[in-house]
Design a protein around this ligand. Sequence first.
Ligand SMILES: [Zn+2]
Length: 151
Amino acid sequence: MNSTEVWISDDGTLRESAIKLVKAYSNILGPLQLEKVVFFRVVGCKQPWKGKTWRLTPPYNYVPFAASQVLADVTLPNDFEISFVIAISDSKHDLTKQSDVLYTLLHELYHIKPDMLGLKDHDIKEHYWMLKEFGLDKELANAIVDVVNGK
Ligand SMILES: [Zn+2]
């Protein structure tokens, strides 16, 4: 993280897209529990990554609870549990091409193991199905756009 980098909590756009992608590709992604995943957009990041997924394990899971210490009026349900964080770097995408961001989002979702207990390694073999499905040109990954736009 550096001084020009800003993290913005997803306004619901990424989550809505993720819900549709998980539904459309459930045979590959598995039954991911997206209520345990939080999404961020990163603006001004100078690092090369387009998207990143982190797994949170205790005690990091208690960070949301601790937030209620400083935001006194925020109460969180007892079963509230964040297990994963997905961040999408806006500056590494062509934001005029919806498929570019969605391709990264799908890639990151695929990093989460279906049992929600870990991450799959990042390698070309694990993600080969995406290459086969959409080809090398992410801007032509129209099938992803159709899934999210409800075609
Ligand atoms: Zn990856």
